[in-house]
Design a protein around this ligand. Structure first.
Ligand SMILES: [Mg+2]
Length: 124
């Protein structure tokens, strides 16, 4: 199982890696990108991953635009589940990301339980 983490914070990517592992998910490989543009590059190079976790606020290409790009991408990548991990937790923002094609939402700061609940149905 492979997960792509897209966040402009190196620390946040480390925290996510550790928390997902602590939550008990058997991840073989964490791929990382620091913005949506880099995320698309990773996907186009690496192909299918099982799940994408994406921040919202990032330079160059933000999380919302990234979701739109993935959904408009090749058959190999356009149906990958995407969970937004962000401080942008308002209802309108969540609705906007869902409309763009996001499949879930985790609000920062999160607990291991929050991750278990949000990721469980995609990583069985
Ligand atoms: Mg950010």
């Amino acid at each position: 199982m492979r997960i792509l983490l897209v966040d402009d914070s190196t620390v946040m990517r480390k925290i996510l890696t550790r928390s997902i592992t602590q939550a008990g998910f058997a991840v073989d490989e964490f791929l990382e990108a620091s913005d949506g543009m880099q995320g698309m590059e990773v996907l186009n190079k690496e192909g299918k991953v099982d799940l994408i976790l994406s921040d919202w606020n990032m330079p160059i290409m933000d999380g919302l635009e990234f979701v739109e790009e993935v959904r408009a991408g090749s058959d190999e990548i356009n149906s990958i589940p995407i969970i937004m991990v962000t401080t942008e937790g308002g209802d309108a923002k969540v609705a906007e990301s869902v409309a763009a094609g996001a499949n879930g939402h985790v609000k920062k700061p999160f607990t291991t339980d929050d991750l278990q609940n949000a990721l469980g149905k995609f990583l069985s």
